[in-house]
Design a protein around this ligand. Sequence first.
Ligand SMILES: C[S@@+](CC[C@H](N)C(=O)[O-])C[C@H]1O[C@@H](n2cnc3c(N)ncnc32)[C@H](O)[C@@H]1O
Length: 383
Amino acid sequence: MGQINIIATSAFGLEACVKREAIKLGFKNIHTFDGRVEFTGNEEDIIKANLWMRCASKILIKIGEFKAVTFDELFEGAKALNWGDWITVDGKFTVTGKCVKSILMSVSDCQAIVKKAVVEKLKSKYNVPWFDETGADYTIQVSILKDIATLTIDTSGSGLHKRGYREIALEAPIKETMAAAMVELSFWNKDRILFDPMCGSGTILIEAAMIARNIAPGINRKFACEDWERIDSKLWKQARVEAYKAIDYNVMPKLYGSDIDGDAISIAIENAEKAGVDDCIQFSVLPLQKAKLMGDYGCLISNPPYGERLGELKQVEDLYKSLGNLMRTNSTWSTYIITSMEYFEKLFGRKADVKRKLFNAQIKVDYYQFYGPRPPKDWGKTE
Ligand SMILES: C[S@@+](CC[C@H](N)C(=O)[O-])C[C@H]1O[C@@H](n2cnc3c(N)ncnc32)[C@H](O)[C@@H]1O
């Protein structure tokens, strides 16, 4: 059936991270667009992308793309595609949609038209008058951008940020995909200390531990396409066995997390246990104002409160000033902070070396990166 066009969707600003992951996983014909990275591959690559991509939001299959400025064009274009290559006679197929800067702007009409077109196409393939839709899930998306309709099927099911280790959420947890990207975008590696002094449920530290130990982010969850007939369940089994074999529990990164909130720390410990990394993260209940930097050349990576809630601003401003004071106690450390506060650098007391625009749960934020010096070549060998 030839090569499959695969799309890894991405939060805005993380496309470069997703592209880097696609290259590392050996995917072919990689192209980057706003909010997505496309590549080609086979069924095993779909499994690999779902199991191993840490920063992507979802893995979709692109069934087709065509210009549509009328409902007729949308219907005929959708009907011409080979839906039966994927969707089985008992398949349950719902259609989601979005329309941006296009002549066709009624999302619900576009969804209904695509559904009708897919039904017509499948009727002719399977020679049946109707579909019970009692089988596996095939969520189709019709996405129309500047009059170009892209039709996809979602292979992931729930978003890839759902790793399976964070069942209890705190009030403002960062998405696991974003936390992984914060770590990947930093100069941290398993030989350097990593400290999150406002760690909440521990997501950044847990993601770092999983990176250090080469734990596949999707190893403990299920994906929509695991139930699909076209993707042999043996391939899934094999990929999971290989992923388990790839884990290196001998790697012992030095990871520290603290938070003023004791309940958050209890949740963080529980999450780290579920992720299989509790033995390499030390958590403690501690206000940032009392935190100390241990060792040299460490990285502080954190997602502090943003001061957006009523009455919180002054407290958060003071918190950011305290953070600046803490980091001035050891100039070998690097600091990485995500926040929506536009004058963060002023409060922190230093201009960032790099500032990257991102979106964290629809909030426009910056990822501020303050670099310490590179560790000497022989550093760490004698410690
Ligand atoms: C946005 S949340 C962090 C969420 C975290 N990244 C996660 O994955 O759950 C900010 C955290 O900062 C903590 N915090 C606020 N003030 C603090 C302080 N003075 N010292 C330490 N932690 C503080 C809060 O308790 C909260 O858990």
